[in-house]
Design a binder for this molecule. Structure first.
Ligand code: GRG
Length: 302
């Protein structure tokens, strides 16, 4: 039994997910309430404050508190909210007719259905710049701000998530090999998840040994998250998922299931999870929360 399967780790994880949501929603709410209420703000709030898991913020808080204790949490709010704004923007744009053309996300109408296409595009654009504004206004030294801005920009743009999304769109109807599929997901989903962990490590002033182990941990859970996403797309119903079941297959997208089969995808997720645990064991100290997060990523059902 890993430490995380013990009841105390499970309740710590639940507490982390819940307090991350509360903190990040309060930060985004404050950032988006200071302007004249209009359709743009309403669409941004709809997407960024909708019912998501807040996994990326949770990772920032978990990594930082692992290294610096609970008193560091206040220092993480801007980075956590910035990551959630980038994530929300990516989901809005991913759902647009020109991309995946989805009308259901998080159990509700997607942003362009709830509002209109132009408002959704602009809400995504503005959430992206809002993320950088949050970091610019964060209560950190200029040096730390630059490091955090650089992490976020690298992970989000042409060397990260957007590059992965372009590969994803180009891959529709094609056969990718495992290395190509992995590269696409490392960019599309993994880069932002890794950035969350790396930003938590920067805020808590982790040393280079700790940062290396966290990078390895984050890379493994980022990919495990995507493998589990592919599994859930096949195994979980639309109501539980909050988005259309079977969407990947319907769009002829290559997935870990299409490449490795169901059992192969499961064992891939397990291997990645074990790699994350191995990285944590090199860290020493109390890593139960990070372990619990890795467990959650491959056990989640939505
Ligand atoms: C449009 C530039 C651009 C990028 C889009 C992240 C992404 C790239 C697309 C999302 C498509 C998708 C469903 C990818 C699978 C993994 C993933 C990111 C799932 C959604 O993340 P969760 O499960 O979402 O953390 P919640 O709703 O919980 O916040």
């Amino acid at each position: 039994m890993t430490a995380a399967t013990q009841p105390s780790a499970t309740s710590e994880l639940q507490e982390l997910l819940s307090s991350s949501s509360t903190r990040v929603e309060a930060t985004i709410d404050a950032a988006l309430s200071n302007s004249t209420a209009n359709t743009l703000i309403a669409a941004m709030r709809y997407a960024a404050l909708g019912p998501g898991k807040r996994l990326r913020p949770a990772l920032v808080y978990a990594v930082a508190s692992t290294f610096a204790g609970p008193e560091i949490l206040d220092n993480c709010d801007s980075a956590a909210a910035a990551l959630e704004c980038i994530h929300a923007y990516s989901l809005i744009h991913d759902d647009l007719p020109a991309m995946d053309n989805d009308d259901l996300r998080r159990g509700r109408a997607t942003c362009h259905i709830q509002f209109d296409e132009a408002s959704a595009i602009l809400a995504g654009d503005a959430l992206q710049t809002q993320a950088f504004e949050l970091l610019l206004n964060a209560p950190h030294s200029d040096q730390l701000k630059l490091q955090l801005l650089s992490e976020l920009a690298n992970a989000s743009g042409v060397r990260g998530m957007v590059a992965g999304q372009a590969m994803d769109l180009a891959a529709v109807g094609k056969v990718l090999d495992l290395a190509q599929l992995q590269q696409m997901h490392q960019l599309k989903t993994g880069a932002l998840i890794s950035a969350a962990a790396r930003m938590g490590a920067l805020i808590s002033d982790a040393n280079s040994h700790q940062r290396m182990a966290i990078n390895e941990y984050a890379k493994a859970i980022g990919l495990a998250f995507q493998v589990q996403d592919d599994i859930l797309d096949v195994t979980t119903d639309t109501d539980t998922l909050g988005k259309a079941q079977g969407a990947d297959a319907a769009r002829k997208k290559p997935t870990y299931i299409s490449l490795l089969g169901f059992d192969g995808a499961h064992s891939k997720a397990q291997k990645l999870h074990d790699g994350a645990s191995a990285a944590l064991s090199r860290l020493g100290g109390d890593t139960r929360l990070l372990q619990a997060l890795a467990d959650y990523i491959i056990r989640r059902n939505y």
